[in-house]
Design a protein around this ligand. Structure first.
Ligand code: ATP
Ligand code: FE
Length: 350
């Protein structure tokens, strides 16, 4: 089977081709992506209208580029998978409209994919991970533990009740005058820092279960910064490094402890995987690998951890194989929880 995948739910425009022959490892034939970081840089966040326009301009070019790279035409494709949500509605609509147009013109079947399912099924694309497994999704917009039992069978064990960790890294960088995206800047500063100098809170550790909170951590960091500024008139290089190290250690500690609990809830799983941009963080990866213990720990390559279209093509392939098809009534959904049995998600608008 060969699928075309289309992704446009946030600030990356992607098209990819993924092939899977029975008995062989899945192959990524092309994985094209165009980011929009420069377009949004002046605004301190993704501007939905600018994002939608950029997706509309770039989507067809990405699809062309992916087909050219793989040396394929639409006639060689078994289905077209497209992110149908959750995400910024203008971008999702651009992708869905293009996918419908291509499907209508070529007669190739259409499949709507949940963006979060794309992230959650990535370990099956990269490592042929068998079900069931545990997934920790940690990105700029999401933070949740998912038990994955099938391509359409996700159980949410817990997640953030306020900010996502990536958001917290970005705000920390902003508070300390470091460049965006904040994650890599904070990680770089933390290398020279003392994680024990500031006693940052470990939110929700006293509460049972796998829920997390990151907004209090941000407030604690702001207080520590303000106290230093009031005392010495500003921050030294060392202060900044120590603040970053303390913050990063608190995030890693909390995620590791909650992972330990999620793992304990799933004694039958055969793998523990991470995805999302924050999974790039080396000290976090090390902490998670430690708590995984005997359970194999999987961290896909970074380009497949952050938003990409290969994961959408793969999630579409799994659904297609299970007999799933969509038609022209497929709609774009700004909100679309993976686990429909879970209570309404709180925070981060997703
Ligand atoms: P989503 O995919 O949930 O819609 P997003 O597109 O913002 O959100 P990603 O692209 O997966 O998320 O990840 C971006 C986030 O990852 C940013 O918040 C960034 O600061 C964070 N990040 C990137 N590298 C690191 C790192 N080394 N350490 C910590 N955080 C990081
Ligand atoms: Fe994403």
């Amino acid at each position: 089977l060969t699928l075309l995948g289309i992704e446009s739910s946030c600030d990356d425009t992607g098209a990819a081709l993924v092939r899977h022959a029975p008995g062989a490892a899945p192959q990524i034939l092309a994985n094209c992506i165009a980011g929009q970081t420069e377009l949004h840089a002046a605004y301190g966040g993704v501007v939905p209208e600018i994002a939608a326009r950029a997706h509309a301009e770039k989507l067809d070019l990405m699809v062309e580029a992916a087909l050219a790279e793989a040396g394929l035409g639409l006639a060689d494709i078994d289905a077209i998978a497209v992110t149908a949500g959750p995400g910024l509605i203008g971008g999702v609509l651009s992708g869905v409209m293009l996918a419908k147009g291509l499907s209508l013109a070529s007669g190739v079947p259409l499949i709507g994919v949940n963006h979060l399912a794309g992230h959650a099924l990535t370990p099956r694309l990269t490592d042929q991970q068998a079900f069931p497994y545990l997934m920790l999704l940690v990105s700029g917009g999401h933070c949740q533990f998912l038990r994955v039992d099938g391509p359409d069978d996700f159980t949410r064990l817990g997640g953030t009740i306020d900010d996502a960790p990536g958001e917290a890294f970005d705000k920390t960088a902003k508070l300390l005058g470091l460049p965006q995206p904040g994650g890599p800047s904070v990680e770089r500063e933390a290398l020279a820092g003392d994680p024990a100098r500031f006693a940052f809170p470990r939110p929700l550790l006293d509460r049972a279960g796998c829920d997390l909170s990151f907004s209090g951590l941000k407030t604690a960091l702001m207080r520590a910064r303000d106290a230093l500024v009031a005392e010495q008139g500003g921050l030294t290089q060392q202060d900044r490094a120590d603040l970053c190290a303390g913050f990063q250690a608190a995030v890693a500690d909390v995620l590791a402890e909650k992972s330990r609990r999620a793992l304990a809830q799933c004694p039958d799983i055969t793998g523990f995987a991470v995805a999302g941009g924050v999974a790039a963080n080396k000290s976090l990866r090390a902490a998670l690998e430690r708590v995984a213990g005997q359970v194999p720990f999987l961290a896909p390559p970074l380009a497949l951890c952050t938003d990409n279209a290969a994961m959408i093509a793969w999630a579409g392939l799994e659904r297609f194989r299970d007999g799933h098809r969509d038609d022209m009534s497929l709609s774009a959904r700004p909100r679309w929880p993976l686990d429909t049995t879970a209570p309404a998600l709180i925070g981060s608008g997703k």
